[in-house]
Write a protein that binds this ligand. Structure first.
Ligand SMILES: Cc1ncc(COP(=O)(O)O)c(C=O)c1O
Length: 332
């Protein structure tokens, strides 16, 4: 159970985040991007040099300039299979690995394969929106089951049972979770498998999809444990500060990924209609960017990223607190 390292760029940040500030408000206050999913923009989350060197060496070798097989080159698939097998009770082979350009391409491949007339797929709410968009594109019906905040974002299994039928071809489980930052226990994953295995079109066999990663033969373990430590510290800072802001509630502390879902009580705020309004005004007044929950399926929630330099995170959260204090409704 940890904080997997993911490189995500769905909300452009990085070297451009200072420029955001100038666009969003007249003050020369640099922005604090707590809405993105792109930690390696920050020095403390920078990719290990062993990985950077491996990529540079591959380019300079001129050995990999031709068209690669669609499923990925054999040595890379073999290295991934060997690496993953170390932590599994069975052995994967290179044939079990299909390499894609990020998860988005994996989603495209899988959904295109699964789509057929009358088929449906089960997706979580809140969830990453691309699954529904891509399912619709393939005319694959999607049905939402809830993740339960009061139960550490576990799957609402009763709802899954009610939604699934003989035309259900897949259920998407994101673990560790985006946007909730939860990590399912082994027992809960087992319950999910027990719940869905009655539906003949879903196989509960393990599927293995991984983003391209270098240097798997010599995993830089110290590098990873350092990153996990920083993420844990950042998750603590985030959770503790949010709990001090009266209009926000955090039902569970994040245990993985780099996000936390925060419930917003707009009735405690002056002049704020909903989560989108909150995010727009926060960006304008404080140059802090957070993601409105409605974009991941939960209105009047916020998704906050803690994968930024801890000092910048503290500043960003401090500004959210100041925003609350300025906007708090005065008790008559
Ligand atoms: C659950 C989930 N699926 C898919 C993606 C897309 O991944 P990628 O940026 O690797 O294409 C993301 C990215 O954040 C994600 O969180």
């Amino acid at each position: 159970m940890g904080f997997p390292i993911e490189r995500r760029a769905e909300h452009g940040v990085g070297t451009h985040h200072k420029r955001h500030a100038l666009l969003l408000n007249g003050k020369s206050q640099p922005s604090r991007p707590l809405g993105h999913g792109y930690p390696s923009a920050f020095q403390c989350f920078r990719t290990a040099s062993i990985a950077e060197d491996a990529v540079a060496d591959a380019v300079r070798s001129a050995k990999f300039n031709g068209y690669a097989p669609t499923v990925g080159i054999l040595p890379a698939r073999r290295a991934i299979a060997e690496s993953l097998s170390q932590e599994l009770p069975y052995k994967l082979s290179a044939d079990n690995v299909y390499l894609t350009l990020g998860c988005a391409q994996a989603i495209e491949v899988i959904l295109a394969v699964l789509a057929r007339p009358n088929a449906n797929i089960l997706l979580s709410r809140p969830g990453y929106p691309y699954y529904a968009a891509r399912a619709a594109y393939s005319h694959l019906e999607f049905r939402h089951f809830d993740l339960l905040p009061e139960k550490g974002w576990e799957v609402d299994l009763d709802r899954v049972e009610a939604l699934a039928d003989e035309n259900t071809v897949a259920m998407v489980i994101v673990n560790p979770g985006n946007p909730c930052g939860n990590v399912f226990t082994y027992q809960h994953l087992k319950k999910i498998v027990d719940c869905i295995k009655g539906f003949q079109n879903i196989s509960s066999d393990p599927a293995t999809f991984i983003q391209f990663h270098k240097s798997l033969r010599e995993p830089p373990r110290i590098f990873f444990s350092k990153i996990v430590e920083i993420l844990k510290e950042a998750a603590d800072i985030c959770y503790d500060t949010i709990m001090e802001i009266p209009c926000m509630t955090c039902p569970s502390k994040p245990e993985g990924s780099m996000f936390v879902m925060v419930k917003l009580n707009v009735s405690l705020l002056e002049g704020i209609d909903d989560d989108v309004d909150f995010c727009v005004k926060l960006a304008k007044e404080e140059s802090v960017i957070v993601l409105p929950g409605v974009t991941v399926g939960l209105k009047n929630w916020l998704r906050i990223t803690f994968a930024i330099e801890p000092s910048l995170l503290k500043q960003g959260l401090g500004r959210i607190k100041a925003f609350y204090q300025r906007r708090a409704k005065k008790i008559q």
